[in-house]
Design a protein around this ligand. Structure first.
Ligand SMILES: [Zn+2]
Length: 461
């Protein structure tokens, strides 16, 4: 019997206990953004610390921070083996709107082969996958195949930066050959995938000022500057109806995808565009029609208006011409672009495109760089092989339109390959009511990660 067969038998035999343990952890409402749940967040950290101890980690510890604590543990087995850093988070999103939950958000409930609870997929269920895989190794072989470091945070959903500070201060402690992040999803239960790109983000605020005070449209309409109208003109100059962003420096610096990736996007054999229509409840996608929808969502930059403030929006009619208007405008950016550089280009475009007769100010509210992963390294090849062995289908490489700030930080500070191998599914409704995690994905995930650890033994160093 091969080692992997033994580990799979162990995982199957203990599967119900893993579900029970996950349920115990899920029942702790570790909502990191709400101060009333502060103690719960800590309890969730202590719960996982105890679990690590039970698995056999010698000294798991809770690391206090200015915000919620980190949980750290390591197991060194052999200098000649690679070291894998495992990242995850034990905090969860708030639960509102509460009325839409079919079962209470912190009462883990199994229905139709899924476990429903806030945090089931994002990210407690996925952290449990990794812990079960480690346990299977320890219980069948008495040890782990590679050196392991585990770093779990409790502020991921709150945008906290305690982990960033910790990573920047402790590059030696966290030194590893690769980092595995189990916090993403795959295309479908039949089609495994690995994430190879995350877009960066630039979030700005644009303020336009006209007259020194609000004016009456009867007395001044026709001659008075109207910042609300001007901001609309500005935004439509920055991005037209065709979806093309008119920032010349940007246009010149957008990466060209590989022929294989372009083919995959054009063919869309998994019908992802149709799934997007269904998810959004629309009949067609908007945007740059010269690029396939998957390229628009995965690689192309975006420019989105999130809100415009100014003038009168109350009930009834008021004939004011506002003196000022503000818009929140963000951009998603390909990973090769530094958002601070792009901010300079946007600033220039704003001053060029601004209609005459107004003062304009643009502020950079926050910026985060994207990540581009070259799949051609032993740690990602091993992940692809492990997924192919478990699912019976070769995984595809996918870019995700969103941003995972910690991934960019690991890439920048630790300079090691990132493996974004997640087992969520597109309909897990993370961050929304009725979050779930498929129990079949839970089981397959454990087996895949256990196999992955065997595959990276002796590799990459
Ligand atoms: Zn997450």
């Amino acid at each position: 019997m091969t080692g992997q067969t033994q580990r799979n038998i162990y995982l199957d035999k203990n599967f119900d206990r893993f579900v029970a343990q996950l349920s115990e952890w899920l029942a702790i409402p570790s909502i990191s953004t709400l101060s009333e749940n502060r103690e719960d967040v800590r309890r969730a950290a202590e719960w996982v610390e105890k679990r690590l101890l039970e698995i056999g980690f010698a000294e798991p510890r809770i690391v206090p921070t200015a915000g919620h604590p980190l949980v750290y543990a390591e197991w060194h087995i052999d200098d000649r083996q690679p070291t894998l850093l495992l990242y995850g988070h034990y905090d969860v999103q708030p639960v509102d709107p509460l009325a839409e939950w079919l079962s209470p958000p912190f009462e883990p409930t199994v229905r139709d082969g899924n476990i429903y609870c806030r945090g089931a997929c994002d990210d407690k269920g996925q952290v449990m996958i990794v812990l079960a895989a480690l346990e299977a190794w320890v219980k069948t072989e008495g040890t782990l195949p590679v050196n392991v470091k585990i770093l779990l945070e409790g502020e991921e959903e709150a945008g906290g930066d305690s982990i960033a500070e910790y990573v920047r201060k402790n590059p030696n402690l966290l030194k590893a050959d690769a980092v595995l992040i189990c916090d993403t999803h795959m295309v479908s239960p039949e089609q495994p995938s690995l994430v190879t790109g995350l877009r960066g983000i630039l979030y700005t605020e644009i303020t336009v000022t006209g007259a020194k005070t609000d004016l009456h449209s009867g007395s001044y309409g026709g001659v008075a500057p109207n910042p609300l109208h001007a901001i609309c003109v500005l935004i439509s100059r920055l991005k037209g109806e065709d979806g093309v962003i008119a920032i010349p420096e940007l246009a010149a610096n957008i990466p060209i995808p590989s022929a294989t990736e372009k083919q995959f996007w054009l063919r869309d054999s998994l019908h992802i565009e149709a799934a997007l229509h269904a998810e959004m409840g629309v009949e067609h996608c908007v945007g740059e029609k010269n690029y396939p929808a998957l390229e628009r969502i995965g690689l192309r930059p975006t420019l989105e208006v999130h809100g415009i403030k100014g003038g009168f929006t109350g009930e009834g009619a008021k004939t004011v011409i506002p003196a000022q208007a503000t818009a929140k405008v963000s951009m998603r950016l390909p990973a090769n672009l530094d958002p601070h550089t792009v901010f300079g280009w946007l600033e220039k475009a704003v001053s060029t495109d601004m209609p005459n007769g107004y003062r304009v100010r643009i502020t950079n509210l926050h910026a985060g760089k994207g990540v581009a992963i070259n799949p051609d390294n032993p740690f990602i090849r091993a992940a692809a092989d492990a997924l192919a062995a478990e699912y019976g289908v070769q995984p595809i490489f996918m870019r995700e339109g969103g941003s995972i700030p910690i991934a960019a930080l690991f890439a920048e500070v630790l300079r090691i390959p990132l493996v974004l191998m997640g087992f969520g599914l597109p309909d897990d409704t993370v961050h929304a009511p009725n979050e779930k995690f498929s129990l079949s994905q839970f089981r397959k995930g454990m087996k895949t990660v256990a196999d992955y650890l065997a595959r990276i033994r002796n590799s990459g160093i």
